[in-house]
Design a protein around this ligand. Structure first.
Ligand code: NAD
Length: 276
């Protein structure tokens, strides 16, 4: 299976479909990521705060897959913002992952109440110039946060990783990001199972029409709009199902019908008010 590559604004490229490990039990992470790599995933999305970077690292090491065939993302946690002028948090993440560098390093949340994300992004630029991460980006940033980053640093983040699923499709933010060359990554692409997305008629009808599972329809909805996506599952059958999404194509009418599910309702925290 060849996964499409998306070219980022810094010349690097990222596999459009990956595997996320939020809430994957650290004790189970090595097994689960090993299975994901066996299924064929080559892009893994983790974060310092998930507490499972070591398991990701052990799975990578055991796989024997050449480093340049993998795309690994991790994220700087909020408590390190501003205080971490030396990039110590990335050093710790790299040690846990057993890697010399990651492919993408993200500021996990903007935490506008702390007002440190611009300075933090300058540290990220330094880490990139030192070769410790190939690309840098942000997560959960609203339009004004992005605007401040490029007004004050002159750098356009490679990606913004945001909550995005049919019930919360983030059309306005995507429209802002696209002409600037900021690629959208979807977190919670399946709505984290927090509402009956798979029971929505537009999703179940498309699933029947193509003889696929509802989750596969939703992943196609992301892919066909150019969104980078990394659904999470702990069960191998679902990992394989979520990876097997290149044998059918949604019609424009099916995409439109799924677009109509958007109710502008988050299932996660609002980045403007999140204080964790
Ligand atoms: P998700 O939308 O991928 O939902 C995961 C849940 O969907 C699983 O627990 C499982 O119950 C269910 N599921 C998965 N595959 C299925 C299938 N084929 N059929 C039926 N049910 C299925 O939610 P997520 O894990 O929160 O998001 C994906 C990734 O995004 C995370 O693992 C993480 O890497 C990243 N993420 C980032 C942030 C952030 O703040 N940047 C926040 C949350 C998640």
């Amino acid at each position: 299976m060849t996964i499409p590559l998306i070219s980022l604004n810094d010349g690097n490229s990222i596999p459009q479909l990956g595997f996320g490990v939020f809430k994957v039990d650290p004790a189970e992470t090595e097994r689960i990521v090993t299975e994901a790599l066996e299924v064929g995933y080559r892009h893994i999305d983790t974060a310092a705060v998930y507490g499972n970077e070591e398991g990701v690292g052990r799975a990578i090491a055991a796989s024997g897959i050449p480093r340049d065939e993998l795309f690994i993302t991790t994220k700087l946690w909020n408590s390190e913002q501003g205080s971490d002028t030396s990039g110590a948090a990335l050093d710790t993440s790299l040690q846990k992952l057993g890697l010399d560098s990651v492919d993408l390093y993200l500021i996990h949340w903007p935490r506008p109440d702390l007002d440190r994300y611009v300075d933090t992004f300058r540290v990220m630029e330094q880490l990139r110039s030192e070769g410790l991460t190939r690309s840098i980006g942000v997560s959960n940033f609203h339009q004004p946060h992005l605007q401040r980053i490029f007004d004050e640093t002159g750098t356009v983040p490679a990606v913004n990783q945001i909550e995005l699923h049919p019930g919360f499709a983030q059309r306005e933010l995507r429209a802002f990001q696209e002409p600037l060359g900021i690629h959208t990554e979807a977190w919670g692409p399946l709505g984290q199972g927090k509402y009956d997305l798979f029971g929505e008629k537009a999703v179940s009808a498309a699933a029947s029409a193509h003889s696929v599972a509802p989750a596969q329809v939703v992943i196609r909805w992301h892919l066909q709009q150019g969104i980078i996506v990394f659904p999470k599952s702990s069960t191998r059958a679902r990992m394989a199902e979520n990876f097997d999404v290149f044998g059918f194509e949604l019609t424009d009418a099916e995409i439109d019908a799924i677009n109509a599910i958007d109710r502008g309702q988050r299932v996660g925290a609002d980045p403007d008010t999140a204080t964790f």
